[in-house]
Ligand binder design. Structure first.
Ligand SMILES: N=c1c2ncn([C@@H]3O[C@H](COP(=O)(O)OP(=O)(O)OP(=O)(O)O)[C@@H](O)[C@H]3O)c2ncn1[C@@H]1O[C@H](COP(=O)(O)O)[C@@H](O)[C@H]1O
Length: 113
């Protein structure tokens, strides 16, 4: 059976491509275009709201709702990246650079600086 648990950016990369393609689209027919028109502060606010909703579903123990809210959260995060001109590969590279470095060790090194 294929292992579909591995982390790869393919789905997020392709969603980012769709989001980028919505620049200049009609905001009455594209939710992404509507968000771009509303600006960074509104997109950031939506991201925060989706994060809170994901937290609420996790605390309620509703995993199906957590999956749905996580999808909303990731979509709005990608819209924020696109709005700010951040490319997914920059984030993938930052994550890659952390591979094999424990968060505990990284925090201890930061405190020592
Ligand atoms: N993944 C998503 C996605 N996730 C959530 N949403 C929308 O995000 C909205 C969140 O609902 P809210 O009521 O909170 O948002 P809102 O209507 O702006 O509300 P207010 O800010 O006014 O309170 C809903 O309309 C969802 O449909 C998404 N809209 C689009 N996508 C993806 O983006 C692609 C392009 O979408 P369009 O730009 O709409 O063509 C789609 O094909 C999808 O793949």
């Amino acid at each position: 059976m294929a292992d579909d648990r591995k982390l790869d950016g393919t789905t997020l990369d392709s969603l980012y491509g769709v989001i980028e393609s919505r620049r200049g689209s009609d905001p009455t027919t594209s939710h992404t275009s509507k968000l771009f028109h509303r600006g960074t502060a509104k997109i950031a606010q939506k991201l925060g709201e989706e994060a809170v909703e994901a937290v609420i579903e996790a605390m309620r123990g509703d995993n199906a709702a957590l999956v749905a809210e996580s999808s909303d959260l990731l979509y709005h995060l990608l819209v924020l990246w696109a709005d700010r001109g951040v490319r997914p590969e920059e984030v993938w590279a930052a994550l890659k650079a952390r591979e094999g470095i424990s968060g505990i060790a990284e925090k201890a090194a930061r405190k020592g600086r």
